[in-house]
Design a protein around this ligand. Sequence first.
Ligand code: UDP
Length: 331
Amino acid sequence: MLLVTGGAGYIGSHFVKEYLSKPGSEVVVVDNLIEGHRRALHSLGDELTKRIHLIEADIADERTVADAMERYYVDSVMHFAGFCYVGDSEAEPSRYFENNVAGSLKLFKVMDALGVKKLVFSSSCATYGDPQYAPLDELHPQNPVSVYGLTKYLIEQALWSYGRTKNWSTVCLRYFNAAGADESGLIGESHEPETHLIPRVLKAAKGEIDHLEVFGDDYETDDGTCIRDYVHVNDLADAHIRALDLLNVKTYSEAINLGTADGASVKRVIDLSKEVTGRDIKVKYSKRRPGDVAKLVANCSKAKELLGWQPKYDLRKTIETAWNWEQNRRY
Ligand code: UDP
């Protein structure tokens, strides 16, 4: 049985839906529902929901996690749970260290005690820090510049150690910018407050916010705005399934980038969003957001080589699915 931490969250719920598309499959989800949404799992419909064993608990709750692992004969873990905002992590480092680092280490302790050795971890391109070259491959030095990036980096290091000392098989998937929503419109991105670019652009298109604030147009990029690599959440889900398949074949300790290799500037996101929505989007330029770097784009050769993975969604399609969700949000 597979245990999914953070399975009611944005990326976790898209993974759960994809995983359960295999008839008869079941998952155990451990989620404290702080960032996750019970509705995300219930929205999937009765047939899928009955194959989800939801345990409302924190990953740091060792006893509950151990009980769940024993009761459901868990043999592998997808570890999505964690706080994910760079800005928040700088404002509240203790919260990030406690949840992302201490929580993960407790999860690993329970896995170790029960002999569960397979894990896929949601890591981040934030572990690289300021890019020394672009696109970024997995060999780029890791010098995280934010607390968030550091928490992901520390867990990657812990997992290498478990691989070395305990023969764990692990894949750290370094996401670039997760975006979009499932095409069904049943699940999508829902953060409170929402700080990510694409949902904010679409909220401006909807009139839910008056305008989009663009953080800086004086970067050394073609149009002066930051470039990011937006990868569709279902493509991420697909990569997780492939990573799990890999762990079932042999023992790995790998880190793999997940992006599209296609960088898009903030202005390009806004222009495409205008086209997709057919609406005007008011924009105001302000100063740079602390911690932002000019350009983050993935080299995804390793994902292709090792996982046979390639993203299916381009930026337009990603924005279309996000718009579909934004217009009919369920939670
Ligand atoms: N951004 C922006 N206005 C917003 C939100 C984001 O200009 O309201 C920019 C941000 O400065 C960055 C890019 O959009 O260059 C992507 O930001 P996001 O927060 O979505 O992801 P991050 O790259 O920080 O993980």
